[in-house]
Ligand binder design. Structure first.
Ligand SMILES: Nc1nc2c(ncn2[C@@H]2O[C@H](COP(=O)(O)OP(=O)(O)OP(=O)(O)O)[C@@H](O)[C@H]2O)c(=O)[nH]1
Ligand SMILES: [Mg+2]
Length: 185
C-alpha cells in the first residue's frame, strides 16, 4: 500500500466494510453518501474507499468491495479491523439463485471470527423501483425484519430499505450509522 493511501486511511479509526452481490448498488450508495450525486454505473473490479464525517466530526472509512462472483473470494482479505458491516441486497432481484447466493454470502460473513460481535446493517436497496419487495416479502424470503429495534442474530443486526439513486436515503443511513456508532437515538 502506498504511503499516501496508508495516511489517508489511518486518518479514520472506524472501518466499515460494504459488501453484497454485484449490481446491488454498493458503489452508488457510497458516492451518494459522499457526494449526494449519482455516478455513472460501472462494476467495481477492486474496491472504492471513502471517508465520511458523522456527527461530532467523527470520521468513518467505508470500503466498498466488488461483488462479482469471482471477486467475492477476495472479501476475506478486507475483514481485518472491520467495526461494522453494511450488507446490501437488491430488493428487486427475485431470482431464487441470486437470493440464495446473497443469503449464503451474508451467512458466511456472520460466521467469520474476525466479524464476531460487530454490528451488521442490512440495506435493502432499490426501493424506488415498483418491483421492490415489501416488508413481508423481505421477512418471508430473507427472514429479516425491517425493524430497526430488532436483533436477529448474536450480532446487533439492523435492517432498513434504501434508494441509492436519490438523496432520500442519505440522512436515513447517516442517522442509522450514528445510532450504531455514536449511540445517538
Ligand atoms: N433504481 C435504482 N437503481 C440503482 C439503485 N442503486 C443502484 N442502482 C443501479 O444499479 C446498478 C448497479 O449499481 P452499482 O452501485 O454499480 O452496484 P455494485 O453493488 O457496486 O456492483 P459491483 O461493483 O459489481 O459489486 C447501477 O446501474 C446503479 O445506478 C437504486 O437504489 N435504485
Ligand atoms: Mg461497485
Amino acid at each position: 500500500m502506498g504511503q499516501s493511501l496508508q495516511q489517508y486511511i489511518s486518518y479514520s479509526d472506524y472501518k466499515i466494510l460494504m459488501l453484497g452481490l454485484d449490481g446491488v448498488g454498493k458503489t452508488q450508495l457510497l458516492y451518494r453518501l459522499k457526494t449526494k450525486k449519482q455516478i455513472a454505473p460501472n462494476p467495481t473490479t477492486g474496491f472504492n474507499v471513502e471517508i465520511l464525517q458523522l456527527k461530532h466530526k467523527r470520521p468513518i472509512t467505508i470500503w466498498d468491495i466488488g461483488g462479482q462472483e469471482q471477486r467475492r473470494e477476495l472479501w476475506v482479505h478486507y475483514l481485518q479491523n472491520t467495526q461494522l458491516v453494511m450488507y446490501v441486497i437488491d430488493s428487486t432481484d427475485r431470482d431464487p439463485d441470486r437470493i440464495q447466493q446473497s443469503k449464503n454470502e451474508l451467512e458466511k460473513l456472520l460466521n467469520y471470527e474476525q466479524l464476531a460481535n460487530i454490528p451488521f446493517v442490512i440495506l435493502f436497496n432499490k426501493t424506488d423501483l415498483p418491483q421492490a419487495m415489501n416488508n413481508k416479502e423481505i421477512q418471508d424470503i430473507f427472514k429479516i425484519s425491517i425493524d430497526l429495534k430488532q436483533i436477529i442474530t448474536s450480532h446487533k443486526t439492523l435492517a432498513t430499505k434504501t434508494t441509492a439513486t436519490s438523496n432520500k436515503s442519505v440522512k436515513q443511513i447517516l442517522k442509522l450509522l450514528e445510532r450504531v456508532i455514536i449511540g445517538n437515538k
